[in-house]
Design a protein around this ligand. Structure first.
Ligand code: S3P
Length: 427
């Protein structure tokens, strides 16, 4: 159990957030497929990324673990070896979905499992396009849940043209990773742009990949040429908690250092600014094809807004914390097109409505695929359930700190993406 007390003064000074989760996963996977040793700096040592390391090691990849610095020696596109046991993706949808793509077309058999949450999440969305490419993948029941087995491939996969029904970077990345060794080019059409870290990193590894409007085309390749090092920027999804807390608590003025500001991820900044937040980006720079900046946030008066559509993939993981901001804003906030929240680490739409309403009765409502937040209801301290969902645990903590406090039943899930979150909050 964890008790969070209300903050008594504004946030001041500088904050450093851990490395980006999405980029850390991709750095490990692509480095494993390269032909040399790569140094990964500012790697996120969260449980999800450690699941990715565990899986790659089980397939023969040499990972020298120096804390937030890793040395990975690639085995080439065809050099992974058959794991002698089931691979465990833990809580990590990114590990599982991307590896399903990466391992489709391999000549050996792999079986995946994961924790209770991951075993409930739908995998048909990746299995379907990968099967169209020729992969032989079997999952449990019609939703294609874990455990999932990829059968050894006897032939090369074929490239496909695939129009994705949902904007999902995990699905897109799985298809691209499968397409690397396919016989022909692969084209994916996204309904709205989702995070493009895979595309950027593939380019940095020498792959030919192009975007044309909503379409992304990848040529297959004989080998990937890894850069000597990859510097992972800070995770904007982790910075989001401090962006919101500093905006809400009077007298705050903080700088969050070295945060990734790739425009497929900066929806939180755009939405918070539209709500009236005072946010400045400083020292913008680029490394390995990814932009980063320092983010200054000062407290401000927020007001409700309405958004949805193509904004959603740009802030999909930040909706719980934006809902917290909306509870403190003047008027109503309406967030449309958030059906995807139902299939995250928990059913986040239900979790937001049920758990957040304990802290502000009647403020949160779900209506179809929309979330409505009525700002400035009465706040109170309560005991809430994290549902073992890291983003719910951190959003509830920020809610409590900015309002009347909160008690969390199972706080350790913050390990997934932000292991020292509570220490930073305390500091
Ligand atoms: C991720 C993509 C998103 C996001 C997840 C990380 C990624 O999932 O919610 O936390 O690294 O590709 P979807 O692809 O399901 O939208």
């Amino acid at each position: 159990m964890k008790k969070i007390l209300p903050l008594t003064h504004g946030l001041r000074g500088t904050i450093e957030v851990p490395g980006d989760k999405s980029i850390s996963h991709r750095a490990v996977m692509l480095s494993s497929l390269g032909d040399s040793t790569v140094e990964i700096k500012n790697f996120l040592r969260g449980a999800d990324c450690l699941s990715t390391i565990g899986c790659m090691r089980a397939m023969g990849v040499d990972v020298v673990d120096g804390g937030d610095r890793l040395l990975i020696t690639g085995r080439g596109l065809d050099g992974l070896t058959e794991p002698t046991n089931v691979l465990d993706a833990g809580n990590s949808g990114t590990t599982l979905r991307l590896l399903l793509g990466l391992l489709s077309g391999q000549k050996f058999l792999t079986t995946f499992t994961g924790d209770d949450s991951l075993r409930r999440r739908p995998m048909g969305r990746v299995i379907e396009p990968l099967s169209k490419m020729g992969a032989k993948i079997v999952g449990r029941n019609s939703n294609k849940n874990l455990p999932i087995t990829i059968l050894p491939s006897t032939e090369k996969l074929c490239g496909i043209e695939y129009e994705m029904p949902v904007a999902s970077a995990q699905v897109k990345s799985a298809i691209l990773l499968a397409g690397l060794r396919a016989e022909s080019p692969t084209t994916i059409i996204e309904p709205h742009p989702s995070r493009d870290h895979t595309e950027r990193m593939l380019s940095a590894f020498g792959a030919h990949i192009e975007r044309n409007g909503r379409a992304i085309t990848l040529e297959s390749i004989e080998k990937l040429s890894a850069p000597p090092s990859i510097e992972v920027p800070g995770d904007i999804s982790s910075a989001a908690y401090w962006i919101v807390l500093a905006s809400l608590v009077e007298g705050s003025d903080v700088v969050i250092k070295n945060v990734g500001v790739n425009e497929t991820r900066t929806g939180i900044i755009d939405v918070m600014r539209s709500m009236g937040a005072a946010i400045e980006l400083r020292n913008q720079r680029s490394s390995g094809g990814e932009l980063s900046a320092d983010i200054r946030v000062m407290s401000s008066e927020l007001h409700g807004i309405e958004f949805g559509g193509e904004m959603i993939p740009r802030l999909i993981d930040e909706i719980p914390i934006i809902a917290v901001a909306a509870a403190f804003a003047e008027g109503d906030t309406i967030i449309n097109d958030v059906g995807e929240l139902r299939v995250k680490e928990s059913d986040r739409l239900a979790a937001i409505v049920e758990e957040f309403n304990r802290l502000a009765a009647g403020a949160f409502e779900a209506a179809g695929d929309s979330l409505i937040v009525h700002g400035r209801r009465k706040f109170r301290a309560e005991r809430c359930r994290t549902r073992d969902d890291h983003r719910m645990a951190m959003s509830l903590s920020i809610f409590g700190a900015a309002a009347e406090g909160v008690e969390l039943d199972r706080p350790s899930c913050v390990e997934i993406s932000y292991p020292n979150f509570f220490e930073v909050l305390k500091a």
